[in-house]
Design a binder for this molecule. Sequence first.
Ligand code: ADP
Length: 363
Amino acid sequence: MNMNKASLEARHISLSYGSTEVLRDITLKIEPGEFFALLGPSGSGKSTLLRLIAGFNQHQRGELLVDGQDITGTPPHLRNVGMVFQNYALWPHMTVWDNVAFGLVERRESRDAIQRKVGAALELVGLQDYGQRRPGQLSGGQQQRVALARTIVIEPKLLLLDEPLSNLDKQLRVQMREELKNLQRKLGLTTIFVTHDQEEAMTTADRMAVLDKGILQQVGSAAGLYDFPSNRFVAGFVGTANLIDGEVVSAPGDALAFRATGLGELRFPRSDNTPAKGAAAMVFRPHQVHITVGDEQVDASRVWVNGLVESAEFLGEFSRYRVRVGEVAMVADQAHYAGLAMFAPGAPVRLGIDPTQVRFLDR
Ligand code: ADP
């Protein structure tokens, strides 16, 4: 199949329903061939944005460009954008083959072309032997592949997927994640998918946009967002984070002093991302915190605080501890191996934070 690779650009797009602003000044560029996720909690505006790209929603302000051309006024059927719906929307009374052929029949393509294209699409998704079945005779994962085949058969410029994996059970979801990614690579088609599941976005997408309350919070790769969140929302939504409020106070030399609320003053080496002075929040990940008992020899490069274990969760690969430090609760993960005893609730421990992994955010 002959796949296009289009770019998509949103410029200052806003959309309201009555007095409710659902999308606020969204500016975003998706590169040709990218596998791009729109990630955010329920109600953040992801589906509205996806439907807007498909042409089912209309923005009141801003421009929407495909390959540099404004498609704001173009009706959905002339956009050449393929969308796979969350429930797949297959026709139960039609065979798999007829479901996939439908869009081509509508476009009045020749019998030969239909034969060839449907065959190729079914082969791409690995369902070449299932053409005569009906959707009800397929598993959830297979139904989804039919929905995909039906969409890519029309050779769209953009492929849009609305929560593509949410209808599948957990195990299949992980397997389909991989399949979806491979298929997208094979097609090279610019693909935009909506998900509320950060793990799903992180494992499949090249880049993602995080949305909250209709506002674009940050765009980047999984590691980029995880390592360098630009605000509190992203820090908390992409992965698990320790977020501690406080104030940057002056410090001698190349040290930085952070007066953590409810905890006291901590000293860090100054780095590029440290704010000059004033209200801030420090962010670090649970696995960057070393947890140990008081008398163990400690790594002097870490910033150490004392605390009491509040709760412990054994998760197999690691154990997750909630530790009270002053008035603050910190989360620390400890990699697990057979024979490693866990700290019990109430146990006094020391937490060593790796200062190179701490980010400071303006509040
Ligand atoms: P998400 O996909 O992130 O869960 P949506 O884009 O579906 O979020 O919805 C964003 C917000 O817009 C929600 O608050 C929702 O209630 C509102 N909304 C969506 N569609 C409509 C509509 N047709 N009329 C009024 N409000 C809507």
